[in-house]
Structures are given as C-alpha cells and as structure tokens.
Design a protein around this ligand. Structure first.
Ligand code: FUL
Length: 486
C-alpha cells in the first residue's frame, strides 16, 4: 500500500516534471529556413492594404502616358484636398498612401530644383503649391504611412538618355526622400521608353538604391525585382495561386531585364532573396482619373475577388484610387471603397474558431510552447511548429457543434521563412466516416485565404501534405462569409 502510494506520487511527480519540461524553453525553436524578411519587410507585409494615387498632368488630359511636352498650366486642380484623400483611405481600412510624385511625363508634384517641369511652373496656387507636402502632412494627421512613386523614365528632362541623367534622378529622389518625413515604400517603375532624343537610358540602379538606403533605410523598395518587394506580374489584381516570397534577383533588372511575368507571379521556390509580392491594380480602367470612367468603377464583388486573389494569396494590395480634376477623390470611388470596407468586415469579422479545440498530430518536442492552440491567440510571435524531421502533418479542429463555413484563413510564421508547398482543408464526413477535401492550395506564406462553397461540419482538418522544412503556422481562422450579389 505504502509502496504503491510512493509509486503513485512519483508517477505524478514524473508526469509533472515532464509537463514542466515541455513548458520550458528546452525545446529549441526551429531554425529559419532560406531567405527571411527583414524587420521592415515584415512590418510592410503586415500593412496588407494601402492606396495608390496617380495624379498629375494626365489627370486633366485623358491620357495615361503624357509626353513631357504638356503645358504645366494643365495641372490645375480647382479644390485639392489631400486630407480628403487621407480620410478616405483611413475610412477604407487602408494603412498608407503611395503617390506618383513623378510619372513618365517627368512632371514633379513638388517644386524640384532639378526640373523645369513642376508644380512651380504651373499657375496652380500661383506656383507655390507642393502636393507632396500636403499629402505627407495629411498622412501624418491620419496616421497613415506615406510612400512615393518616381518614374526613372522621364520624357521631359533634357539630360534623359545620357549618363548625367542618373545623377539628376538621384538628386530628385534625394529631394523627395529628405523633404517629407518617413517613407515606408519607394516605388520604382520599370518602364524605360525611348528618350525624346532617341536613346534609351541605362539606369544606375545601385545609385538609386543607395540613395534610398542613405535617406530612408526603412523604406521597402518596390520594382519588378525588389529588392524590398516585387511586382507580381499583372495589373488585374490576381497574384499567383502559388506565390513564394522568395525570388532570384541576381542578374535581373526592373523593366526590360526582369524575369518572365510567370516567375514574378509565382516567385522562386528556392529563391535566394526575400522579395514578397505586391499587387497593384486600379479601381478604374485607367491609372489616372478621367470623367469617361466615372461609371466604370469596379464593382464590390470584383474588388472582393481582388482582395481574395491578392491579400488572400500572400500579396499586399495597392489599390489605385485616382483623384479627379478638383483634386479630390470622386464620391463614386469613395462610396465604393466604403462598400468594400463593409463587405470585408462582414466577410472576416466573425472568427468561428474562438471556441474550437485544436489538436496537432505533431507538436515540436511535445512542447506547449509550440502547441496548436497558439494558432488562435492574437500574439503574432506565438506559433505552432512541428519537429524538424516532420514535413507533412495535420491539425484537427473540433467545433462545439456543426456549423456552415466557406472561408479558411491560414498564416505561416514568415519570420522563420516560407515552407508549406501543398496543403488541403478537409471536413469529417459522419456518414462515410472519412475525410472529404473541400479546398486545397500550394503555398501559404504570410496569409492565405481559401474560398469554397459553404459546407457544414463539426470537425475539419488542415492537412499539410508537403513542406520544404518543418511547418510553422501562427494563425488559422474560419468564416462564414456573406455572399455578395454580382
Ligand atoms: C506602369 C506605368 O506605365 C503605368 O502608367 C502605371 O503608373 C503603372 C502603375 O505602372 O508601369
């Protein structure tokens, strides 16, 4: 009796000791796999959704590409209000604004001392206006990040097409990067058309990048090939179903020297650099405002589609909303943005997993620190991880009762790299006592949203079929999204 008591006590002691051990930091966290994001790239990725603003002489001329010969007086917004743009972006749920400080026509929206084709030469505000100043102030006021687009292709500048132009461009870049506070993203357009003199400019990308690193080291540099983030290959708002945030950029250049668009869309599975995708798409048929497109604004369901094929496919969404000739966002665009915000909120506001039970087939070292329940908390840095030798495993989810759902959202913990290459979502079929697949995917990355027709179930499982290294996830969510009318 006494012996069995001792045995019982020591048995409990052992179990306790094991439990304590599994809570302790003894189990090493996984090593990073491949290229990983910098802290700035991670912050950028977490912004997810922000506004693109195409504004300049083209706003007044019904063209998409000006030729640099336009009369600066053409640029004359009658009632420009950057606070209205910022208020609209904020209300839409966006986290920042990127403006075309200089498009291919070379017209500078600030009074650049390196150009004679600027707001200063226009009669707008008697030549004393500065769009970048007003917008950066408005972004600060509305707590939005501020970003700038500058086109190296410049159809106005007399030195374009000669080696001197590279320094001119670096100087204009410096003005923009030193005059208006922090810049979260520097957008470089890869377009490289013929110069007015006939020659094509050879861009000095190292000089341009170093100018950004010097003045705004935290800015994520966009181009076809990054290095901060990449164009995802089309302007339709559809990122690759397979989308790796890694890319091989050695030997490539923005524009003509870029990898094929298929590669930009899918990334490179074993790519050496971390260059996540950004989806740029316009709410209207063109990038610039035209009264001809007032009735051609994309529908809410189209924009919701785009939300799923961009943010839902491991890409940020840069949605272009061009201000009109008054210098304001047209009410039709802002109304649409509010409708979209409402649709997003309705779709993703109620996570059906709050009372769910999660059970992983494999948990790293059996440790609570890496347990599946971490997938439900709000702490970005708590995650579920598998053992190093496990590249395929499942996470079973049991709900308090059978419910209907049609969206599944999953996130990999990207600070340790992107790993999963094939997975499916399955539901337990009571009548056949087996698992039925409802949806499947290849990559996950920062965020992946699966869309599928409504199903009803009490038990479901995430089946990770292939990964390049032990999978590490930090969130799963389940939703029953309202279906939108076409
Ligand atoms: C392209 C440009 O040529 C378009 O005008 C627009 O600015 C788009 C976002 O990038 O390369």
């Amino acid at each position: 009796m006494r012996d069995s008591f001792v045995f019982l006590v020591s048995g409990i002691g052992l179990a306790l000791a094991q439990a304590l051990l599994s809570c302790s930091a003894d189990v090493n966290p996984p090593e990073p796999y491949g290229a990983v994001p910098t802290e700035h790239q991670l912050k950028w990725q977490q912004m997810e959704y922000y506004m693109f603003v195409h504004f300049g002489p083209n706003t007044f001329t019904d063209v998409e590409w000006g030729n640099g010969k336009e009369d600066p007086d053409i640029f004359n917004p009658s009632d420009m209000d950057c606070r209205q743009w910022a208020a609209t972006a904020k209300a839409a749920g966006m986290k920042g604004i990127i403006i075309t400080a200089k498009h291919h026509d070379g017209f500078c929206l600030w009074p650049s001392q390196y150009s004679t084709h600027t707001v200063r030469e226009s009669s707008w505000r008697e030549g004393k206006g500065d769009v970048l100043k007003e917008l950066s102030d408005a972004c600060r006021e509305y707590e939005l990040a501020f970003g700038v687009y500058l086109s190296p292709w410049d159809q106005n500048h007399p030195s374009y097409g000669s080696p001197e132009y590279n320094q001119v461009f670096a100087n204009t870049l410096t003005e923009v990067l030193t005059g208006y506070g922090p810049v979260f993203e520097q957008w470089f357009d890869g377009a490289n058309g013929d110069a007015h003199k006939g020659g094509r400019q050879i861009y000095d990308w190292d000089l341009f990048h170093n100018t950004v690193y010097t003045h705004q080291p935290q800015a994520v540099i966009f181009s076809d090939v990054g290095p901060g983030c990449r164009w995802m290959g089309n302007e339709r708002g559809v990122a690759g179903e397979t989308n790796w945030s890694r890319l091989d950029i050695e030997g490539f250049e923005p524009g003509l020297g870029a990898p094929p668009v298929d590669t930009l869309s899918a990334g490179n599975i074993y790519g050496k650099a971390w260059v996540p995708a950004e989806t740029d798409v316009s709410i209207r048929p063109g990038w610039f405002y035209s009264p001809n497109t007032d009735d051609k604004i994309k529908s809410v369901s189209k924009l919701m589609d785009i939300y799923h094929t961009s943010i839902g496919r491991n890409s940020n969404l840069l949605l272009n909303v061009p201000p009109n000739r008054e210098g304001r966002i047209h009410r039709a665009d802002s109304l649409r943005l509010m409708e979209l915000r409402q649709a997003i909120d309705e779709c993703f506001s109620r996570n059906l997993l709050t009372d769910a039970d999660l059970c992983a087939l494999n948990t790293r070292g059996g440790s609570k620190r890496y347990a599946a329940k971490n997938l439900l908390d709000d702490d970005y840095n708590s995650y579920w991880a598998a053992d190093d030798d496990v590249q395929a495993t499942t996470i079973e989810i049991t709900l308090p009762e059978a419910i209907s759902f049609n969206r599944f959202l999953v996130q990999e913990y990207i600070p340790l790299g992107q790993r999963v290459s094939r997975f499916s979502l399955e539901i337990w079929n009571e009548s056949t006592a087996g698992w039925d697949a409802v949806s499947e995917g290849t990559t996950i990355g920062y965020k992946r949203i699966l869309r599928f027709p409504s199903v009803k179930a009490r038990k479901l499982r995430l089946n990770i079929q292939e990964a390049l290294a032990c999978p590490i996830l930090n969130s799963v969510w389940l939703y029953d999204a309202t279906l939108l009318p076409e």
